[in-house]
Design a protein around this ligand. Structure first.
Ligand SMILES: [Zn+2]
Length: 308
C-alpha cells in the first residue's frame, strides 16, 4: 500500500502516469473512472501535483507545490457542479477550455480537473469534445467519473480510459484513520463502505452517525424490530439522511439471513424484499413517491419474509 501525498491505493494509476510523464508521452486527457468513495478526486489532485511540481515528484516544498496546497496555483483549475446545481454547465466547460488554451503562467503546463464529469449536460460535453480534439501544448485534462454510462462515447473515446479499483481492507481502514473517524464507528463504516471508504465520510457528521447507529440497533434484525419505533425513526430521520445509504445499510444487515435461510421459498421472499430495498431510492425519486411510507412498506415486506 502506498500513500502518495494523501492518496491511498491506486498505485498502478500513479505508476503509469509517472511512467508516461517521465517518458514524455503523457496523454492529454485522462478519464479516471470507478465506484464512488474510492478517492478518485484525491488521486486526480495527486496527479496534478506531480504534473505541476518543479521536480515532478509532488515534493511539497517547491513554489508550485506550495501554491497548489494553498489553492492558489494559477495553472490549475478545478471544475465541479455549482452549489445546488445538478449539471455541469456549458459555461463552466468553456471557461475550462479557455484556461487550457492559455500558456501556463508559472510553467508551460496547465491542468483542469473536472469532478463528477458524468454531470456534464449534453451541451457541455459537446463543448468539451472540441478541447479533446485539439489539445494545446502542455495542457492536461483530468476527468473524474463514477457513472461511466452517463458519459457520452464521443468523450470516452478521446480520453485515456483509466479504471480505478475499490480499495482493500487495510487501505479502507487507513482512509478512515486519516479522516479522523472515531474508532467506535468503524463497524458501521465497514457496513457502509468497505472498499469504498469515502462513502462512510457522512459519519463524520455526529448527528448522521448517531442516527445511523440508532437505525442499526432498531432495524438490524427486521423480524424482531419494534415497527412503531421503526416508523417513528423513519419519520424523524429519513428526509435528512443519505437515503441510499440507509437502504443499503438495511440490505447489508440482512444479507446473512438470506444466506442462512435453507427453505427455498422463504429465501426467495427475503431476496425479493432486499431487491425492493435496493430499488427503493431510485423508485422513490423516479415516481416522486413519499419516502417514509414507501420505505416503511418495503421494510414490512422484509420483516414478514423473515418471519416466514
Ligand atoms: Zn514540488
Amino acid at each position: 500500500m502506498m500513500e502518495a501525498e494523501g492518496v491511498v491505493g491506486h498505485e498502478n494509476v500513479v505508476r503509469s502516469f509517472m511512467h508516461a510523464l517521465e517518458s514524455g508521452r503523457l496523454h492529454h486527457a485522462w478519464l479516471l473512472h470507478g465506484p464512488k468513495g474510492i478517492g478518485k478526486t484525491s488521486l486526480a489532485m495527486a496527479l496534478s501535483r506531480r504534473y505541476l511540481c518543479e521536480s515532478q515528484r509532488a515534493c511539497g516544498y517547491c513554489h508550485a507545490c506550495r501554491m497548489l496546497q494553498a489553492g492558489s496555483h494559477p495553472d490549475f483549475l478545478l471544475v465541479k457542479a455549482l452549489e445546488g446545481k445538478r449539471d455541469l454547465a456549458i459555461g463552466q466547460v468553456r471557461t475550462a477550455l479557455d484556461f487550457l488554451a492559455l500558456s501556463g503562467r508559472e510553467s508551460m503546463r496547465r491542468v483542469v480537473l473536472i469532478d463528477d464529469a458524468e454531470r456534464m449536460n449534453p451541451q457541455a460535453s459537446n463543448a468539451l469534445l472540441k478541447g479533446l480534439e485539439e489539445p494545446s501544448a502542455g495542457s492536461l485534462l483530468l476527468l473524474v467519473c463514477s457513472e461511466l454510462m452517463y458519459l457520452p462515447a464521443t468523450v470516452r473515446s478521446r480520453c485515456l480510459m483509466t479504471p480505478c479499483a475499490p480499495l482493500d481492507e487495510a487501505a479502507s481502514l487507513q482512509v478512515w484513520e486519516m479522516m479522523g473517524l472515531d474508532a467506535s464507528l468503524i463497524p458501521l463504516a465497514r457496513m457502509l463502505g468497505m472498499g469504498t471508504p469515502g462513502r462512510a465520510a457522512c459519519l463524520m457528521d455526529e448527528r448522521i452517525a448517531q442516527a445511523m447507529q440508532e437505525w442499526v440497533e432498531l432495524a438490524g434484525h427486521a423480524a424482531k424490530a419494534d415497527v412503531g419505533r421503526v416508523e417513528a425513526w423513519l419519520r424523524e430521520n429519513l428526509a435528512s439522511l443519505p437515503a441510499t445509504l440507509v437502504a443499503e445499510l438495511t440490505v447489508r444487515m440482512h444479507l446473512p439471513y438470506l444466506e442462512r435461510e435453507t427453505d427455498f421459498q422463504r429465501q426467495q421472499r427475503i431476496a425479493d424484499a432486499l431487491q425492493a430495498l435496493m430499488r427503493w431510492p431510485r423508485d422513490a425519486v423516479r415516481h416522486t413517491l413519499r419516502r417514509v411510507p414507501t420505505f416503511f412498506a418495503v421494510f414490512l415486506q422484509l420483516r414478514s419474509a423473515l418471519r416466514g
